[in-house]
Write a protein that binds this ligand. Structure first.
Ligand code: NAP
Length: 453
């Protein structure tokens, strides 16, 4: 069932009824249509506050993305499309006042669907880094998540980018800022992106058509998030192998044909699926660059009532199958140097869910798995990350009881559920060459669905 508030809330008659009733209408999010564009800042007003990073790094990125002159303050009646705050120079509690000053002056001037990015340091675990400096840098996380809640009703997003030191390069920062300033991050808010200084980005790469010449495999791609991901990867130039169960051959073949890709049938719950995939990739493409482990299932019951077979089934498809497949692909050298692995986790992997002990265990397992795998693969420049969707409007969530579904939508800062395309955009970003600086991380695509006192 469609989101009633979103569907009717923007129609003239209905809008005033909702206003009188005091019901907040969710904003209409501007999403990426078609493929990535480079000049995303053309015609936009970007307000910046400089900090510890060399100002020329920020200004070169702005030029690369087609921006005009950067502004430090706006007239009272003007609107900002992007706020970029460099907080890397903050070392004391007193200096946190710089955040107050900048956001007190500018948060009220954000345009609809605007973007806020704060750049901060990864809190330093070394003895001399402890104490006030670490506290001050950590404080920025709570601050940015709170601003995200305050501006979400405008469709604005707020994200934090952590760098290891102030000498971060424009090559390392550009792809991340490109993603965060763009319409592709419409449902990504209140997140932390950690840039690993070891990540190899040899030149300034934007995201536009950056997957040309790459081979990508997407499991469970006949529908839902997998299908949207296959389409997005293909739009950026990748040759995509759409994998799904034999029962979904018709739908899977249709998706593959429409994107000039290939269809491969395998049931990930079966032990031989890893061999089927590995043999196919070796024979047809002599390897693979991007592997998206998307196939996933739910079999919900409270733990006291859960059949053993439902426990086994979910653990097998959602977790065991992807580990088994990666082990073989990596052992056989099928995943090429500079490869990308993205696994589908879920916000229930962070928070747990009633009736989902099996599902949440697998989705939490994935968060730990990519962290460990990223370290193993660092010397091959292969990254391993996860994406954790929140409430996304797909067949999987359509099956939920009505009130759970309505509640799931309103939990996000953006007051609505996400779309499969939102998750696919994040996966496409993590699959790109520029995302070499991000590994071992789990990116929530949840509209900022965090609650806490
Ligand atoms: P979906 O609409 O149910 O699609 C999943 C696809 O995976 C289907 O085509 C399904 O085929 C396929 N699949 C299932 N078992 C398989 C197997 N053993 N071998 C091969 N393919 C198999 O799900 P979705 O909502 O797009 O979710 C995709 C991923 O995102 C899942 O891992 C899910 O856990 C995760 N996720 C989704 C949400 C959400 O809100 N939708 C939230 C958090 C996480 P059949 O149709 O034959 O089953």
């Amino acid at each position: 069932m469609a989101d009633f508030l979103l569907e009717y809330g923007h129609k003239p008659g209905w809008k005033s009824i909702f206003n009188v009733l005091g019901i907040t209408v969710p904003p209409r999010l501007e999403r990426l249509k078609g493929s990535w564009k480079k000049q995303i800042l053309a015609g936009k007003k970007v307000v910046t506050a400089t900090g510890g990073i060399n100002a020329s790094v920020i200004s070169n990125i702005n030029d690369e993305l087609g921006g005009h002159a950067l502004i430090n303050s706006l007239p009272a009646d003007d609107r900002a499309d992007v706020l970029l705050f460099d907080a890397t120079g903050i070392e004391t509690v007193a200096q946190l006042k710089l955040l107050y000053d900048f956001f007190h002056a500018n948060a009220g001037k954000l345009a609809n669907n605007s973007r806020v990015v704060i750049i901060a340091l990864t809190p330093d675990p070394s003895p001399e880094g402890r104490g006030e400096r670490t506290a001050s840098q950590q404080a920025i996380e709570g601050f940015s998540r709170s601003v995200a809640k305050e501006v979400g009703r405008k469709g604005a997003t707020v994200n934090l980018v952590r760098v290891e030191n102030k000498s971060v390069t424009e090559n390392q920062l550009l792809p991340v800022l490109h993603f965060l300033f763009s319409e592709a991050s419409a449902f990504v808010t209140a997140q932390v992106f950690r840039i690993n200084s070891g990540g190899n980005v040899p030149q300034l790469v934007s995201l536009e058509k950056s997957l040309a010449g790459k081979v990508a495999l997407v499991t469970g791609a006949a529908r839902g998030i997998g299908e949207a991901t296959a389409r997005k990867l293909a739009a950026e130039g990748a040759t995509v192998i759409v994998l799904d169960r034999p029962e979904d051959s018709d739908a899977g073949k249709k998706v593959a044909e429409s994107i000039n890709g290939k269809f491969l049938t395998a049931d990930m719950s079966k032990e031989d699926s890893a061999t089927i995939i590995n043999d196919y990739l070796k024979k047809e493409f002599n390897g693979v660059d991007i592997v998206i482990h998307n196939a996933g299932i739910t079999r919900d019951k409270t733990i006291a009532k859960m059949d053993e077979k439902y426990w086994d089934m979910v653990l097998n498809v959602n977790l065991q199958a992807l580990i088994r497949t990666n082990n073989l692909l990596l052992k056989s050298g099928t995943i090429r140097k500079n490869g990308r692995i993205v696994c589908l986790s879920s916000i229930s992997g962070f928070s747990g869910n009633f009736g989902q002990t099996n599902y949440s265990a697998t989705k939490a397992g994935i968060i730990g798995y990519v962290k460990a795998l990223s370290e193993e693969l660092a010397d091959k420049n292969i990254t391993a990350n996860a994406v954790a969707p929140g409430f996304i409007e797909t067949k999987m969530t359509a099956k939920m009881p009505l009130f759970t579904k309505m509640g799931g939508r309103r939990l996000s800062n953006l007051n609505q559920g996400g779309l499969a395309e939102d998750v696919a955009d994040a996966i496409t970003f993590l699959s790109s060459p520029g995302a070499a600086v991000i590994s071992g991380q789990t990116l929530r695509v949840c509209g900022g669905s965090y609650i806490g006192a």
